[in-house]
Design a protein around this ligand. Structure first.
Ligand code: A2P
Length: 347
């Protein structure tokens, strides 16, 4: 996943951040209002490697992570060996790293780095924190006026890399979208669309490997069944771990009975029996990653279908917000603000 602009790296040197403030993950970074069950997030390293002095990693894997070649987009799982660099062992699941594409832009300036979410657990792909992976979708578009093909610089660079190629990296970035210090004290509902699955792949892997008894539900939204990412792995994990449930929401491909169709927020209704007890529990953290509209849809969906006792655990609603049907992107973060139990990473 191409990470959110709010994860822009800071110019300063490496730093460790104690993130009690991240108990409050409101858009805009304001402090939490202290709902029961807010997580304590870990201290993390950020900007160990700065853009001025990127390190060189080596691609060791690049595989399609859709369910075959008929997907509506091209999404690859790219794993990079960072052993011997300052990135090794310095990242946590949920953080991002920077990729510096070679060459210059149309103004002759070196390409700026782009951030990609780490799709690996804190222990990396290798179990030793030496290999980080990301989930990257090729950006392909058509110029509105010229009709020429536009190709995203970094995403296509990353997708074009072969095993053995070197790549310049920075990071890690991000200090709020993390698993809590005491993961066993919480249950988890993860909502993802598209490559928003990246941080959740790492987090879920980490939780399952730790053997926590926590309940974990992933709701994954994509346009077509063929776009489901890491689908085989997720299905297998759900079979192997009774505490992990994998739900999908397919927006454009209703399937034989239509049961799996819709947006991720539709699962608040169709899987109410499963989700309501979790959302009512003070243990539960809700993580959201992907398309920005999902954030609005989910928060409105909660308010439409659940009572205040549930809603108030995840959002603080000011009187000026008006009825839920008027909540839009602008309201969210201002008059409808996430509590520390709702962690958002949308773009
Ligand atoms: P659609 O585009 O069919 O309306 P991807 O990143 O692979 O394009 O997937 C994004 C997924 O999120 C798609 O299934 C897309 O549906 C869906 N989506 C689009 N808008 C919203 C929204 N407001 N809330 C939830 N999901 C959305």
């Amino acid at each position: 996943m191409k990470a959110d602009a709010t994860m822009q790296p800071h110019a300063g040197p490496s730093s460790t951040t104690s993130d009690q403030s991240a108990m409050s993950n409101q858009p805009g970074g304001k402090t939490g209002d202290g709902v029961p069950g807010e997580p304590v997030l870990p201290e993390v390293l950020v900007n160990v490697v700065t853009p001025a002095q990127p390190v060189v990693g080596r691609v060791i894997e690049s595989t399609l992570c859709t369910r075959g070649r008929k997907a509506s987009g091209f999404v690859r799982h790219v794993a990079i060996d960072v052993s011997g660099t300052r990135l090794a062992g310095s990242f946590r699941a949920g953080q991002a790293f920077g990729v510096v594409p070679p060459g210059v832009d149309e103004r002759g300036k070196p390409h700026k780095l782009r951030l990609y979410s780490i799709a690996s657990p804190t222990s990396g792909e290798d179990g030793q924190g030496q290999v980080i992976a990301t989930t990257v979708k090729r950006t392909l578009d058509e110029h509105w006026e010229t009709h020429r093909l536009l190709t995203g610089v970094a995403s296509n660079y990353l997708c074009d890399l072969s095993v053995g190629d070197d790549v310049q990296l920075t990071g890690p970035s991000g200090k709020r979208f993390l698993l809590p210090v005491a993961p066993e004290q919480h249950d988890y509902v993860f909502f993802a669309t598209g490559t928003g699955i990246a941080p959740f792949r790492g987090m879920i892997k980490e939780l399952l490997a730790a053997g926590v008894a926590s309940r974990i539900v992933l709701v994954m939204g994509v346009p077509y069944t063929t776009d489901l990412l890491y689908d085989e792995d997720l299905q297998r994990w759900a079979q192997e771990h009774p505490n992990f449930t994998y739900l999908t929401a397919i927006s454009r491909d209703p399937g034989p009975d239509g049961a799996g169709s819709g947006y991720v927020q539709d699962r608040l209704v169709t899987h109410r029996e499963q989700l309501e007890p979790m959302l009512r529990s003070e243990r539960t953290l809700v993580y959201v990653c992907g398309i920005a509209g999902m954030e609005v849809g989910l928060i409105r969906g909660l308010a439409e279908h659940y009572d205040d006792e549930v809603v108030s655990q995840f959002v603080r609603v000011s009187p000026e917000a008006g009825p839920w049907s008027q909540w839009d992107r602008r309201a969210i973060g201002r008059s409808v603000r996430a509590t520390g139990r709702l962690l958002l990473e949308v773009y």
